[in-house]
Design a protein around this ligand. Structure first.
Ligand code: ADP
Length: 358
C-alpha cells in the first residue's frame, strides 16, 4: 500500500543517516554572554565543527586548554532555527514509529530552557525545540494525510525528588503518579492527562499551563524548575487508511534539572535532599546512556524514576539526542568542565561518527 511505501522510503533514508551517525548523538551549545553583563573574555577558546576547546587553568589541564569532540557544537551566535535544523530527521522518525528522547543537560543558567522552549518573552523566531518539533509533526502528518491518519497528543510530567507529577492539571500539582508497563502501549503514566493537539497554539497553551504548575511553591530564592526534570511527551498514533494497521511512536522532550554540584557542607534539609535526588537521577541517566553506548548486556534503567520513565525510548531502536549546555563565564569553568566530561562519557560510542563529521 501507499502507506507501506512511505514507511519503506523513510526507513531507508533514515537508516542511511543513522548508519553514519548511530543512535546516540550529543550536541554542545554555548550560551552567549547576557545583555547587561560586563564585557569579559569567554572560557571558550575556539569551536570548529564538532570540536570545542576550553581555556582551562593548570588545575584542569597541563596545556592550559582542553578539547572535547561531539557530533556538533553550536557557538553563542547559533540561532534557534540552526539548532533545530539538525534535529529534524529525528522528528520525522517519530511519525515512522520510532521512539525518540531529546535532553537538555547543563548547569542552571546555561540555556537548557532556552533551547527546549525559548526565551521568557517568546517570539516566533525564539521558539525552541519543543514548539518546532510539534510544528514539524503537524506539518508532516498533514502531508501524509492521504495515506495515514495521525493522532498526536501530549503529556507533561515533572519529576521532583523522585516523584512523578502531572503538569497538565487545572487544580495545582500534588498527586504523585505511578509509572506502569503495559504490554500494549509500553511504559506509560496512565493517570496523567493526555491531551490531543493539532496546532502550535494548542501546544503553547499547554506549555504555559505546565510552566505555571511547575513554578507552584517556588520562591525567588528557591526556583523549583531548576531542581526538577520536566518532560513533554508526545504520543503519535498513525492508522493506515488502506489496511487499518496502527503504528505508534513517541518523543520525550526533557528539560533536566540543573547539573551543578552543591557543596554538601553548605546545604542542609530540603535543599540537600533535592540535590541528592538530582545527582542520583542525572548519574543514573549517564549510566544508562553509557551502558547503551558500550553495548553492555545490563542497562541499569531501574536506578531512577527518570530512566524508568524513558526506558522504552532509550536503547533498542530508539534515538537519543543530548544537548549539553555550557555558560561562557570563567566563573562557571568548574561546572563547564564537569558538564563536558559527562557529555564526553555518554558519547564515547560516537567517536567514530564524530570523526566522520570532522
Ligand atoms: P537554564 O534553563 O539552563 O537554567 P535558561 O534557558 O533559563 O537556563 O537561560 C538563562 C538565561 O540565558 C535566560 O535569560 C535565557 O533567555 C538566556 N539564554 C540562554 N541561552 C541563550 C541563547 N542561546 N541566546 C540568548 N539568550 C540565551
Amino acid at each position: 500500500s501507499g502507506y507501506q511505501r512511505v514507511l519503506e522510503e523513510n526507513r531507508k533514508l533514515y537508516n542511511q543517516v543513522q548508519d553514519l551517525k548511530g543512535n546516540i548523538r550529543v550536541y554542545c551549545r554555548v550560551r552567549p554572554f547576557l545583555p547587561g553583563q560586563p564585557n569579559r573574555s569567554s572560557s571558550v577558546d575556539h569551536i570548529e565543527e564538532g570540536n570545542i576547546s576550553i581555556i582551562a587553568p593548570l588545575k584542569y589541564s597541563r596545556e592550559g586548554k582542553k578539547s572535547f569532540t561531539f557530533n556538533k557544537v553550536f557557538g553563542p551566535s547559533a540561532t534557534q532555527e540552526e539548532v533545530f535544523s539538525d534535529t529534524q530527521p529525528l522528528i520525522r522518525s517519530v511519525l515512522d514509529g520510532y521512539n525518540v528522547c531529546i535532553f537538555a543537560y547543563g548547569q542552571t543558567g546555561s540555556g537548557k530552557t532556552y533551547t527546549m522552549s525559548g526565551p521568557k518573552e517568546l517570539t516566533e523566531e525564539g521558539q525552541g525545540v519543543n514548539y518546532r518539533a510539534l510544528g514539524d509533526l503537524f506539518l508532516l502528518s498533514e502531508q501524509r494525510k492521504d495515506t495515514i491518519c495521525y493522532d498526536i497528543s501530549v503529556q507533561m510530567l515533572e519529576i521532583y525528588n523522585e516523584q512523578v507529577k502531572d503538569l497538565l492539571v487545572s487544580d495545582g500539582v500534588n498527586k504523585r503518579l505511578e509509572i506502569r508497563n503495559s504490554s500494549q502501549t509500553g511504559i506509560n503514566v496512565p493517570e496523567a492527562n493526555l491531551v490531543p493537539v493539532s496546532t502550535t497554539s494548542d501546544v503553547i497553551n499547554l506549555m504555559n499551563l505546565g510552566q505555571k504548575n511547575r513554578s507552584v511553591g517556588a520562591t525567588a530564592m528557591n526556583d523549583r524548575s531548576s531542581r526538577s526534570h520536566s518532560c513533554l511527551t508526545v504520543h503519535v498514533q498513525g492508522r493506515d487508511l488502506t489496511s487499518g494497521s496502527i503504528l505508534r511512536g513517541c518523543m520525550h522532550l526533557v528539560d533536566l534539572a540543573g547539573s551543578e554540584r552543591v557543596d554538601k557542607s553548605e546545604v542542609t534539609g530540603d535543599r540537600l535532599k533535592e540535590a541528592q535526588h538530582i545527582n542520583k537521577s542525572l548519574s543514573a541517566l549517564g549510566d544508562v546512556i553509557y551502558s547503551l553506548a558500550q553495548k553492555s548486556s545490563h542497562v541499569p534503567y531501574r536506578n531512577s524514576k527518570l530512566t524508568q520513565l524513558l526506558q522504552d525510548s532509550l536503547g533498542g531502536q530508539a534515538k537519543t539526542l543530548m544537548f549539553v549546555h555550557i555558560s561562557p563565564e570563567p566563573e562557571a569553568l568548574g561546572e563547564t568542565i564537569s558538564t563536558l566530561k559527562f557529555a564526553e562519557r555518554v558519547s564515547t560510542v560516537e567517536l567514530g561518527a564524530a570523526r566522520v563529521n570532522k
